[in-house]
Design a protein. Structure first.
Length: 327
């Protein structure tokens, strides 16, 4: 069957269309994005602005039309931290549903961590042993760990690349004092996480997902996307330290010119690199392996696992998954 996944994130609204059936490898058929930067359209009072809500309605409507044009049997639509944290999220979601007919479900940070972990587990298989999975988004950092498809540890911290940029930096590029202070602050924020991870023992494989980690790996010499998803890509602490010394001196306009860095995310690359470095330092990780599958693939896999093909809509599944994890 052909399925669509609509991911409303802090930076983009991303539609991924795949051909998939239960027990098979989902095959990507189409991908398109709208850059909205919703997290930057929150008012001082914490509400998504009218302009931001208008942009969201337009982007969702466009994605719905694209999914119909491409023959999707179902579209699983979800939102993460930007919409989740908006004080008027219920009103915004109701407006989206009324104007587009799309039931946009809000995933908790823990849901994000668990679904991303599922995708990584399926990519590497049981032979990977105990997995430790890291994912830096625009608004949050997700961490999950375990030997099965359901992690024993699933955490979400408000340490996303975009959020860190907005709350910690006043200059572009950031000043030396901003870099030093942010690094120390991140170390403090990650202390409790390190304790929780240590409780579960040593991971057999440490994996990172998301655009931030992929960009950092590419800038440190990993193969380009054109080489295909099955090429092994890694990010080491040494290479990341050398990269940070280089990119931290560059304004975002220049960072956007680097290979593997999108113009919509260039402004948060340095903060993302600091979060990655601090997380690796806190957890004692010399190297990460980059996985091409992440949250969207996890949503697809969960849909296929629980629906026996096409007997449950994606919206109902996402809602039910969240409800199960709350119990």
């Amino acid at each position: 069957m052909r399925l669509g996944v609509l991911d409303v994130g802090s930076n983009t609204v991303h539609l991924l269309v795949v051909d998939a059936h239960r027990g098979a490898h989902p095959t990507p058929m189409h991908s398109e994005k709208s850059v909205l930067r919703l997290a930057e359209q929150l008012t001082p009072g914490g509400e998504l602005s009218k302009a931001g809500a208008d942009d969201l309605v337009t982007a969702v409507e466009s994605a719905k039309e694209a999914a119909a044009r491409l023959g999707c049997e179902d579209v699983m639509a979800f939102a993460t931290s930007a919409v989740r944290e908006a004080k008027n999220s219920a009103k915004v979601l109701a407006r989206v549903a009324d104007r587009t007919g799309v039931d946009l479900q809000v995933l908790s940070g823990t849901d994000e961590a668990r679904l991303t972990f599922l995708a990584v587990r399926r990519w590497y298989g049981w032979s990977a042993g105990q997995l430790l999975v890291l994912d830096i988004g625009g608004g949050s950092l997700e961490i999950a760990m375990g030997r099965d498809e359901e992690p024993v540890l699933a955490e979400s911290l408000p340490l996303g690349a975009g959020r860190t940029t907005r709350t910690r930096f006043k200059h572009d590029p950031p000043t030396r004092s901003e870099l030093v202070a942010t690094s120390a602050w991140l170390d403090d924020q990650l202390t409790e996480l390190a304790r929780k991870v240590t409780k579960w023992g040593e991971p057999d494989r440490v994996v990172a997902t998301s655009k931030t980690f992929r960009s950092l790996a590419r800038l440190t010499g990993a193969a380009p996307s054109a080489a295909g998803p099955r090429v092994r890509r890694t990010l080491t602490d040494t290479a990341l330290r050398q990269l940070l010394a280089f990119i931290s001196r560059m304004p975002s306009a220049d960072l956007a010119q680097l290979e593997g860095v999108s113009s919509s995310r260039a402004h948060q690359l340095v903060a993302g690199a600091l979060v990655a470095q601090a997380t690796m330092r806190a957890l004692g990780l010399p190297e990460l392996e980059i996985c091409p599958w992440a949250l969207r693939e996890g949503v697809i896999l969960r849909r296929l696992d629980h629906s026996n093909g096409a007997d449950e809509t994606g919206a109902a599944l996402v809602a039910r998954f969240g409800a199960q994890e709350d119990r």
